[in-house]
Structures are given as structure tokens and as C-alpha cells.
Design a binder for this molecule. Structure first.
Ligand code: HDL
Ligand code: ZN
Length: 455
């Protein structure tokens, strides 16, 4: 006997409970299992040592989003970048707290996120001082803290980002590391397409007989490199980010309004780079993904280091070319593509592109569109165009505690959109049940990702 259909008045609470209760599989983060090691906590005067798993108050406050924002208030002419980067994490955190929280109201999304995380962790900042919170964090044990944060955020699985061309990352894996099963690895390979000559040089030094020229021998060796690292990491997908001017095919004629050669003069060095990247994509990355049944994730639209002095905070967004995504999905029907785009202007076209290709899974509100007004707009549009067949969000968390706020904020927004859409269905006479809502929410927050990996 099926349950009684929901009335329109019951929809909101049923949806909100279902979204809050559904454990999330977070498909893209920059977090690491504790076994990778954490930075040595900063103590006055001692610069912290690098580490992988970032957590705690000073890391929350020195998130690169907040570094960008504090440099709008205290410009480099007042605080030279080099001086800021020489500060300890605690000193940087104090600087950000003073200027973005105490002397101005913390109402940007990145500021609000810190407050949500502290509140949900049970910390009181009503006295506007960091001291009590700092003391509490210093008493936390990292391994138990992971359990606490994942429980608080209701996240059951964390997908890491493992950039093999980053020396510290690569050495850590070569030493042997077995992440706990709640953390899954992603082979991140940006230089392969963004800068093949530099990637080839590194790979050659690592014992893979590749050359700058993408000939058959190089193709074979580059495939071996990917297979080795997929096996070493037990990677569940491959990923990279691409600049706004990435095009596929790289040399399509732009005059016909086609996808264009990367907007770069034909035959110039940049064009050669684009062509090498295309060969690597067509002859190495996609064939290996297909043979292993692994999705390829493309995060498109990031123009890196427009202000290099801001380091990770210095990247910019640019409108990219969705036609290149459709060209690729069409040319490689046996491959599976996760795609997210950084520009608000690309979102509608990307959602329509996903209607054309079942091997294209749209995911997340990434980085500069991971803000309430845009999450609402984009999620609403995606439900209207794609129904339940997309992945509404990933956290992109770089600091463990961010899971608490990123998922709290996103769950509220996703629930609000879904409540509207379910009310419309009820108004149209559909006998919606609680079980229906719970099934769909599980698709959005877990099964669409898991099923796409297995497809
Ligand atoms: O390329 C990426 O995965 C981006 O998410 C960058 O890491 C970016 O710096 C970021 O953290 N965005 O949220
Ligand atoms: Zn990311």
C-alpha cells in the first residue's frame, strides 16, 4: 500500500528533512585523509610547515577566498604581499579577522561560512575575539576531528584532488599511502593539457620515454604513466581545469562561429600548445579513461594567476566555450564526462548541452558561482532543464571544517528549490510521496555520482 500523497503544505518540511538527512558523497574537494599528514599548528613566531589535511581556525580564516577579500580592504600599497606571506598563519588570520569581521561586517559568503562553521561546532564568537576558539581548536585531536566534522556536515565520502605533477603530492604517494576508505582519490592532471612540454619534461625525468612531439611512442608511454597513477591512487576519475579559451577541436575555424582555435593566432606557439593538448586528450587521456571505465572531469573557465602575488587567491573567471564540450561529448561517445563551468554566463548553455548527451554529467556550483544567489539560480534552471539527472553541488573544500558550512548552506538552497518544484508537481496533480522525495534527494546528493562512475 503506497503512502498517502503529500499535500502542498507538507512539501517544505518533508523536503527539508530529506535533504538534511541524506548523507552526501562530496565529489570534488581539496581535502586529504589524515594519513597524508597535517601542517604543524602555527605557534607565534614559528612558520607552519606545509601539510596536506588543512583544518582549524587559522586555516578557515586564511582560505584564499578571504585573502582576496582582505586585500580589497588593506591594499598591497599598505601591506606588501611579501610581508603578508611571511606572516604565520595565526598572524594572517588575525589580520583577516580584524579587517573583514571586526572592522567591517562579515557578510560575504566566505566570511559567513566561517561564522556558520564556528557556530555549528559550538563555538561562540559573540565577544568578537578569536582566543576562545583558538583554545578549543588546539584541544582537538585531528583523527577524531575528521569523524566529528563529517558527522556534523553529514558527509559520508570525501573525494580528494590529487595533482600528480605537484612534487609534494607525488612524493607522498611514492612513499606509500593508504587513505581511509572514506577518502577517495582523483588523478588531477592539469599540466597534461595546459602545458604539455613542461609535463613531458617531468614525465621523462620520472622514467617515461615521452617527448614534446606527440608521436606513437610518446602516446604509449603517456598512457603507461596514467595507468600507473590510476592504479597507485585507485583513482575514481581523472580531472583537470581548463582556461576559458580552451577549444575543441583546437584548430576549428573561428570565422564560422565554430569553437575556434583557442582564440589564438594559427600556428603560433600557443596554437602548437593547444594542438599538443588536443592530441594528448584524444590519444592518451580519453582512451585510458574509456579502457578503465573512468569519467573525465573538466572544470572549465579558470584563468590562473591573473594576480600572481595573491597566489591561490589570484585566479580569475572567464566565459568559456560550451560548443567545445558538445564537440568532445559527440566525438567520444564511449567516454563519460563530468563538467562544471566557472562562468555564470555558461550555465544555461551547459545545462542544455547535457540534454543532448547522456555521457555528460553536469556538476556543482563551482568557486565563483558557489554563492547563494547563483546556487539558487543555477539549481532552479538545472531542475527545470534536467530534472533529477545532474549533481547539484560539490564543496570544493580546502579546509576540513569548511564541509560544515558549505554543505549547510547548499542543503538549504537545494531544499528550497526542490520544495518549489515538488509543490508545482503536487499542484499539477502528481501523488508525490515522502519516499519519492527521499529517493530523488539520494540521487542528487549521492547516487547520480556513484551510478555515473559505474555506468
Ligand atoms: O581547480 C580547482 O579545482 C579549483 O577549485 C581551485 O582549486 C580553486 O582555487 C578553488 O579552490 N576553488 O574553490
Ligand atoms: Zn577545486
Amino acid at each position: 500500500m503506497t503512502a498517502a500523497p503529500l499535500t502542498r503544505d507538507q512539501v517544505e518540511s518533508v523536503v527539508s528533512s530529506a535533504v538534511r538527512a541524506q548523507p552526501v558523497v562530496d565529489m570534488h574537494t581539496h581535502l586529504y585523509a589524515p594519513v597524508f599528514g597535517s601542517p604543524v599548528p602555527t605557534s607565534a613566531g614559528k612558520a607552519d610547515r606545509g601539510g596536506f589535511l588543512l583544518w582549524g581556525l587559522d586555516e578557515l580564516l586564511t582560505y584564499h577566498y578571504l585573502v582576496a577579500e582582505v586585500y580589497r580592504v588593506v591594499p598591497a600599497t599598505v601591506l606588501p604581499y611579501e610581508r603578508f606571506w611571511k606572516m604565520t598563519k595565526a598572524e594572517q588570520a588575525d589580520h583577516i579577522w580584524k579587517h573583514l569581521f571586526v572592522e567591517r561586517s562579515p557578510i560575504s559568503e566566505a566570511c559567513r561560512g566561517v561564522l556558520t562553521a564556528l557556530r555549528k561546532l559550538g563555538l561562540d564568537v559573540s565577544d568578537r575575539s578569536l582566543a576562545p576558539a583558538r583554545k578549543w581548536f588546539a584541544q582537538q585531536d585531528p583523527s577524531r576531528y575528521v569523524d566529528r566534522v563529517m558527522e556534523l556536515a553529514n558527509v559520508e565520502s570525501i573525494t580528494m584532488t590529487n595533482p600528480v605533477f605537484d612534487d609534494a603530492e607525488r612524493e607522498r604517494w611514492l612513499k606509500g599511502v593508504k587513505p581511509d576508505p572514506r577518502f577517495e582519490a582523483v588523478l588531477r592532471i592539469d599540466p597534461l593539457l595546459r602545458d604539455w612540454p613542461a609535463a613531458a619534461k617531468k614525465m621523462h625525468a620520472w622514467g617515461y620515454a615521452v617527448g614534446t612531439e606527440v608521436d606513437d611512442a610518446t602516446v604509449e608511454e603517456a598512457r603507461r604513466f596514467l595507468r600507473d597513477w590510476i592504479d597507485r591512487q585507485k583513482a575514481i576519475y581523472l580531472a583537470l581545469s581548463l582556461p576559458p579559451d580552451w577549444r575543441y577541436p583546437a584548430d576549428a575555424d573561428t570565422s564560422s562561429g565554430g569553437t575556434g582555435g583557442g582564440g589564438i593566432s594559427a600556428g603560433g606557439p600557443a596554437d602548437l600548445l593547444a594542438r599538443a593538448g588536443q592530441s594528448i586528450l584524444e590519444r592518451v587521456v580519453l582512451p585510458v579513461c574509456a579502457e578503465r571505465g573512468l569519467p573525465f572531469a573538466m572544470m572549465i573557465g579558470s584563468r590562473l594567476r591573473v594576480n600572481p602575488d595573491l597566489r591561490d587567491a589570484g585566479d580569475m573567471v572567464g566565459k568559456a566555450d560550451v560548443a567545445s564540450v558538445t564537440s568532445l561529448a559527440r566525438a567520444f561517445p564511449q567516454n563519460k564526462f563530468f563538467v562544471t563551468m566557472l562562468s555564470r554566463e555558461n550555465q544555461h548553455e551547459l545545462a542544455v548541452a547535457a540534454r543532448k548527451f547522456g555521457n555528460l554529467m553536469v556538476f556543482g556550483c563551482w568557486w565563483f558561482v558557489n554563492n547563494p544567489s547563483l546556487i539558487d539560480e543555477i539549481t532552479r534552471m538545472r531542475v527545470e532543464l534536467l530534472g533529477t539527472s545532474f549533481i547539484p553541488q560539490h564543496s570544493d573544500a580546502r579546509v576540513l571544517d569548511q564541509l560544515v558550512y558549505k554543505w549547510d548552506h547548499s542543503r538549504g538552497l537545494i531544499a528550497s528549490v526542490l520544495a518549489d518544484k515538488y509543490r508545482d508537481a503536487v499542484d499539477a496533480g502528481w501523488p508525490l510521496t515522502t519516499a519519492d522525495v527521499e529517493r530523488d534527494v539520494r540521487l542528487y546528493l549521492k547516487d547520480n555520482f556513484r551510478d555515473f562512475l559505474k555506468r
